[in-house]
Write a protein that binds this ligand. Structure first.
Ligand SMILES: Cc1cc2nc3c(=O)[nH]c(=O)nc-3n(C[C@H](O)[C@H](O)[C@H](O)COP(=O)(O)OP(=O)(O)OC[C@H]3O[C@@H](n4cnc5c(N)ncnc54)[C@H](O)[C@@H]3O)c2cc1C
Length: 221
């Protein structure tokens, strides 16, 4: 089991037994999610911006408009912190205090670098698309040169990262187990609904299999 080396920044303090530096677990969480929150400072002020991402090997890829402040700022190589959170359930305990959530999350620290070489840039954009909607890239019009130029792609190495996972039932105080209060877990998952046709769809338009059967890893229809 390959471990990512622990750093002072990635050392868990609260409930460290729920933490992990196992690369496979970190990769699994990153591969199931597709939205991250990117934290960075501009002029000493913090910003946290949600954005799409994909994991490619040992890196995270994010992309967006060349005009995006987030991408322009990160492209300069400043410190960044990226988080990904998957919610698996609400945990209802017998006391207000012990309510919790079942979750899997990852925190990554580092500095992003731009991917500028056109072949590598297109490959990264393809990976982003395939991570979110496998099979889509080959069906659609490819990016033209102008679109490629207008798009910034950044890569963040997964060298300083941690995972934290909570699973299972509530953990009540022993004396509370006799209370006449329902306790347990409300499982939650991200489930795709049936695709909705674009009103401007032509006569030959039928939703492809990857849209009809869309599911995130580990999540059934
Ligand atoms: C699920 C999801 C996926 C996204 N995927 C991408 C992506 O792949 N690429 C991409 O470029 N952008 C994506 N966005 C949009 C992204 O959050 C930013 O809005 C966008 O990158 C523009 O950033 P900016 O640097 O121009 O904004 P900034 O100039 O940094 O933003 C200025 C201010 O606008 C407000 N703001 C900006 N974005 C948001 C927001 N999302 N919600 C509320 N307030 C906001 C904040 O107050 C912020 O301080 C996504 C957003 C969501 C919610």
């Amino acid at each position: 089991m390959e471990k990512i080396s622990q750093s002072p920044r990635t050392t868990l303090k609260r409930l460290p037994q729920r933490g992990s530096y196992d690369r496979e677990l970190i990769n699994q969480i990153l591969d199931e999610g597709f939205v991250c929150h990117v934290g960075f400072a501009v002029d000493g002020r913090p910003f946290v911006i949600p954005t799409g991402y994909a994991r490619v090997g040992d890196s995270l890829i994010i992309h967006g408009s060349q005009a995006s402040r987030m991408l322009r700022t990160l492209g300069q190589g400043i410190d960044v912190c990226v988080t990904v959170t998957l919610i698996d359930g609400l945990v209802l305990a017998r006391s207000a205090f012990h309510h919790s959530m079942n979750y899997r999350s990852v925190v990554v620290f580092g500095r992003a670098t731009p991917i500028e070489e056109p072949v590598a840039k297109v490959a990264a954009l393809r990976a982003l698309s395939e991570h979110m909607i496998p099979g889509r890239w080959d069906d659609v019009r490819a990016l033209n040169e102008r679109e490629l130029q207008q798009t910034t792609v950044l890569s963040l190495a997964l060298t300083e990262a941690s995972a934290k996972v909570r699973t299972g039932p509530p953990l009540d105080d022993e004396e509370d187990y006799c209370l006449p209060v329902w306790a347990g877990v409300i499982p939650l998952s991200l489930v795709a609904q049936d695709p909705v046709d674009d009103p401007r769809l032509g006569p030959n338009g039928e939703a492809p299999k990857y849209a009809v059967e869309y599911a995130r890893a580990g999540v059934k229809h």
